[in-house]
Design a protein around this ligand. Sequence first.
Ligand code: NAG
Ligand code: NAG
Ligand code: NAG
Length: 185
Amino acid sequence: MLRCDTWMLFCLMISGTIHLNCTCSEHALHQALFKDYNKLLRPVKNQSTTTFLKSNTDVYSIVSVNEQEESIDLVLWDVHTWQDEFLQWNPNDFDNCTSLFVPASEIWQPDYVVLNLLNREPIISDNVLYVRIDSNGLVSTGDTYYATLRCDMDITAFPFDTQTCSIVGMLWLYDRFRRIQKSII
Ligand SMILES: *[C@@H]1O[C@H](CO)[C@@H](O)[C@H](O)[C@H]1NC(C)=O
Ligand SMILES: *[C@@H]1O[C@H](CO)[C@@H](O)[C@H](O)[C@H]1NC(C)=O
Ligand SMILES: *[C@@H]1O[C@H](CO)[C@@H](O)[C@H](O)[C@H]1NC(C)=O
């Protein structure tokens, strides 16, 4: 039996058949949380509160390096976490339900972009991309995709060259208003 607070993706990796046995009242919880939820606005009660975005990008595999075009094809795994003040609850009120999974499209998300991304192909389609919400309002997203990144390459030492390729991420609009701060975990 897998507990309902186990990462759904992790469950998928370790077992072909999944029995998510959730004894907590997920339907009641979902109804209570999303009754008046507005995903269009940054989820803070006081607009002067800063939202902290923690981001981590892992490289799953390097598919190819194209030195002529100065680009690299990778499979990336992005994890972002932040606090949503409107998605908090007391587990005691919902049969000890400490976390909930909902489609990512249901909640507010930061406008995170990778500036040197030339192309992106999703591996998980948008309609099955879920986020995990913990009862303290911590939201965690995990997404994996094929990425073509642009990198400056110096090939004068080829074939004994070493290249350094950065992933340049920013919050597109929010960064300019300093209402979200980001950090790398
Ligand atoms: C789910 O868990 C409850 C309590 O732990 C148990 O009684 C029930 O049989 C379980 N159901 C399934 C389908 O595993
Ligand atoms: C919002 O936060 C600011 C700074 O902490 C504070 O001065 C202000 O009174 C707060 N506004 C409300 C409506 O609580
Ligand atoms: C919730 O947890 C408390 C404390 O661990 C326990 O006493 C209670 O029986 C639990 N309630 C349910 C519905 O599982």
